[in-house]
Design a protein around this ligand. Structure first.
Ligand code: IPM
Ligand code: MG
Length: 364
């Protein structure tokens, strides 16, 4: 029996996690597993109910879970008013910190069927397969911050300690051993002291992995290279802020933000979430792409529960559904009229139906 806590959060988070859960339920039924689901509050809804973006009750539920499926947090109300002290995103950041989720894995893999959905040329994209390791509990996100000079100056300290860099670097090098044996460490060591420590520590850690090639790259160059030659990357290792920005950029390699899943792991329970946000502009319309949440569920099965076959059956179902021409609007290919546009719920249904049905490969 596995206890899975669903944190729908705000905006389309509710819509997409419902589909992620649907697919997990189908996995349980098909493969004979027992998943017990519960839900808890985080973000804007939690603020409305308790005044706190991550209520204590939610935290204690999470500490008892075997895995967490998270949607998104955020609300335009806060974005337009920087003076508000309690904000939905604080819930997410506090949860990452409290649960020790220091490594955020963001796999960027393009389904061949979506080659045309990206704004990048297919011949540049084809075959791109990148695994980001974004550090998640340090950096400018968690450094000292404040105001001075009568509120006329503000600061956020970019800070990293050796142990924080070491532990994520080990994870990235270990992963690279099972891939193309290449780590690109991204920093801004030509300017920032924290990046110079980052670079020195990554170099030291790399000594333990002689079979893995290490490349250092400045973040501005990396931003350019990602869309110029995405195939030149294998594992990318980077800090919290650079990782946040670069993975949104890299989502275009996978066709859409709506496709990208992520896993946050560390000391204990794993948390699985799309990289996209709450998207209030499309909330309630039933058009959000649930595939990032569904693929996050696949990462959960693979990483937290070591259910490889089950995870693969989700990926196969996604691939097959795309092959058949089914799309949510964000990944629709305007060049052909062949696409069959589905709502969020219909896409979830399709994937759930596809679980366990194997495509028969023609022999010739
Ligand atoms: C992400 C998001 C978050 C982040 C926000 C919502 C705080 O953009 O997970 O990438 O910046 O980490
Ligand atoms: Mg982000």
């Amino acid at each position: 029996m596995k206890k899975i806590t669903i944190l729908p959060g705000d905006g389309i988070g509710k819509e997409v996690t419902a589909e992620g859960r649907k697919v997990l339920e189908k996995i349980a039924a098909t493969f004979g597993h027992q998943f017990e689901f519960n839900e808890a509050l985080i973000g804007h809804d939690a603020i409305l109910a308790t005044g706190n973006a991550l209520p204590d009750k939610t935290l204690s539920i999470l500490k008892n879970a075997d895995a967490i499926l998270f949607g998104a947090v955020g609300h335009p109300h806060y974005d337009n008013d920087p003076s508000l002290k309690v904000r939905p995103e604080q819930g997410l950041l506090k949860m990452r910190k409290e649960l020790g989720l220091y490594a955020n894995l963001r796999p960027i893999k393009l389904f061949d069927e979506l080659l045309e959905a990206s704004s990048i040329k297919p011949e540049i994209l084809k075959g791109a397969d990148i695994l980001f390791f974004r550090e998640l509990t340090g950096d400018v996100y968690f450094g000292e911050r404040g105001r001075k000079d009568n509120d006329n100056t503000a600061f956020d300290v970019m800070i990293y300690s050796r142990y924080e860099i070491e532990r994520i670097a080990h994870k990235a090098f270990t992963a690279a051993k099972n891939r193309k044996c290449h780590v690109t460490s991204v920093d801004k060591a030509n300017v920032l002291e924290s990046s110079r420590l980052w670079r020195a520590v990554v170099q030291e850690v790399s000594q333990d992995y002689p079979e893995v090639k290490l490349t250092h790259m400045f973040v501005d160059t990396a931003a350019m290279k990602l869309i110029q030659s995405p195939r030149s990357f294998d594992v990318v290792l980077t800090g919290n802020l650079f990782g946040d920005i670069l993975t949104d950029e890299a989502s275009q390699i996978a066709g859409s933000m709506g496709m990208l899943a992520s896993a946050s792991i560390g000391d204990s329970v794993g948390l699985y979430e799309p990289i996209h946000g709450s998207a209030h502009d499309i909330t309630g319309k039933g058009i959000a792409n649930p595939l990032a949440s569904i693929l996050s569920a696949a990462l959960m099965l693979d990483i937290s529960f070591n259910m490889k076959e089950e995870a693969q059956s989700i990926i196969d179902a996604v691939s097959q559904t795309l092959k058949e021409g089914f799309r949510t609007i964000d990944i629709a290919n305007n060049k052909t009229a062949k696409d069959k546009i589905l709502s969020t719920e219909e896409m979830g249904d399709r994937i759930a139906q596809g679980i366990g049905i194997r495509e028969t490969t023609p022999t010739n």
